[in-house]
Ligand binder design. Sequence first.
Ligand SMILES: [Zn+2]
Length: 274
Amino acid sequence: MHALDEYRFNRLTWDEMNDAIEAQKVVLLPTGSTEQHGHHLPLDVDVFLAESVCLEAGKRAPDRILVLPPISYGLNRHHIDFPGTIHIEPDVYIEYLVNITKSVAYHGFEKILIVNGHGSNTPTNDIAARRTVLETRSLCASVNYFALAVDAFSSVRDTEVMAHADEFETSLYLALAPERVRMAKAVEDNDVAGDYVSSDSIARYPVRFSDYWGRWTETGVHGDPTTATAEKGRVILEASVNGIVNLVDEWRAWPVAERRDQHRMPIQKDISWR
Ligand SMILES: [Zn+2]
């Protein structure tokens, strides 16, 4: 059946889509950004890497995965001082995402996964996934693909910082499309860091804060891309793709349980939150 061999959502016809719905394939929505990534990488890094991981996962599990066309824009105003960066306001972005996930749910897919490559989309993707769960009968979760590769990356990394246009992203790009990486222009750069606050708060900082990048960097890099290699990138790719396939299998088996109302007195069922 073609719907079980094709993993790209929009390559199916509408009647093949009926087969995909019947098979309850998990629908992946890749999200990224169009934003500066230093002197050495193109603006498409986050969306290209997230989509590539999803497509490779789809290739390996075409009977369980359908990959939607990606969202190439996200929350990016903090990068706007660098030419080419495109910014979408959070409320517009969330509404757009939820319109997509609701459409997918409408057709009968029960499991949706938002797969993100742009750190600043994390809170908005989380809200979009939660809203999809609350406003449909389908289940939707969000994941940053790079979170699935942190352990594997630890075994090959030479630098401490994992942030932006760094050893991690540059290595993965080198593994996928080396001809688009200007390694000769790669430079190390760092954010402004205190004990509690850093200008580009990464995971080890308890306080979340994101300053305009035009205030603290002239390169647009956070991390050290000079140590990146395609070999490291292949380790990252393998871990990310395996992570997505394993996650899809768990997510596909996850029950959509019946809700049980625990009130003793009548509830006001007609109240709507939107
Ligand atoms: Zn990035």
